[in-house]
Design a protein around this ligand. Structure first.
Ligand SMILES: [Zn+2]
Length: 293
């Protein structure tokens, strides 16, 4: 004991210990967001991250919720499965608590069978429509093999709900639509005072029938920025600060259409595009929303 006390009486030892302590503290704080590949990534209590994962021409949205549960909305084409798995692995995901296939088009659920087989799945959600594509059939088979129930959702249903965060289904409202896109499961994800509106490929017809509150800070622009979605009337109701367009570089559809970019600019909405920026991640602490690297 006496020896130890003596050791600390040496001013040089004391200075070294103080420097090491400060250095450790600074590096710990600095690591919070810098090293996104760190499997020990933690976000402050009550906060969430939402990533629009770059899957080329398609949609894939990842959310790490305030309770550390994971939601994945769509997963892009089958050819993008490795990109999605790499992202999930970097986030150290073993279980997807809430998996949503917004509608049965392959640019949204092409890789779903792969995801279902590879990860532990909590609950699975989809709209009341189907497709005769192999991707859709394989998705149902994968669910069946793992004995996972398909929860058919419509407006008014909740994916999850707690005191400070929740995810509400606000479309489909009708029993049936002519366009498969209009069956898209539209989600309003809320953390504290802030909301994200995830629209799948819902077109203006589906937008018109939504009765719920659509106001949001971040809008995932419908149908990859196609003119078929995002009417001015709908955009005014959402009134977002940020818009995200998920589309592939030089895609054959010409997405996003100029008219949609023009209208987003008209309302001074800050636009992020996966074809330009790659994966885009938002951090939300319930009071503020910001893009992080
Ligand atoms: Zn699509």
């Amino acid at each position: 004991m006496k020896k130890n006390l003596k050791k600390f009486k040496n001013p040089l030892s004391l200075i070294i210990i103080v420097i090491i302590t400060i250095a450790l503290f600074v590096s710990e704080a600095g690591c919070l967001f810098q090293d996104r590949t760190d499997s020990q990534l933690k976000i402050p209590d009550g906060s969430m991250t939402v990533s629009f994962v770059d899957v080329g021409q398609g949609d894939c949205i990842f959310a790490r919720l305030p309770n550390n549960e994971i939601m994945l909305v769509d997963c892009g084409e089958y050819s993008e499965r490795d990109a999605v798995c790499d992202f999930l692995d970097r986030e150290n995901v073993k279980k997807i608590d809430y998996l949503v296939a917004t509608h049965p088009h392959v640019d949204h659920m092409g890789g779903m069978s792969h995801i279902i087989k590879k990860y532990d799945i909590g609950s699975f959600f989809m709209p009341d429509t189907e497709s005769d594509t192999n991707a859709f059939i394989y998705m149902l088979e994968a669910l069946d093999e793992k004995n996972i129930q398909s929860n058919i959702v419509r407006a008014g249903d909740m994916i999850f709900e707690s005191d400070s965060f929740r995810c509400e289904v606000i479309s489909p409202v009708l029993d049936s639509y002519e366009e498969t896109n209009d069956f898209s499961v539209v989600l309003r994800l809320t953390c504290g005072e802030k909301s994200f509106l995830l629209t799948g490929d819902a077109e203006t017809y589906a937008e018109k029938h939504i009765k719920s509150d659509v106001s949001a800070d971040v809008l995932k622009v419908g149908h990859h920025g196609s003119i078929t979605s995002t009417s001015e009337e709908f955009l005014e109701k959402v009134n977002p600060k940020y818009a995200v367009i998920s589309c592939g570089k030089d895609n054959s559809y010409g997405h996003p259409h100029k008219e949609i970019i023009d209208i987003l600019n008209k309302y001074n909405i800050q636009v992020y595009r996966t074809d330009i920026s790659g994966t885009i991640t938002f951090f939300c602490d319930g009071k503020t929303v910001e893009v992080i690297d």
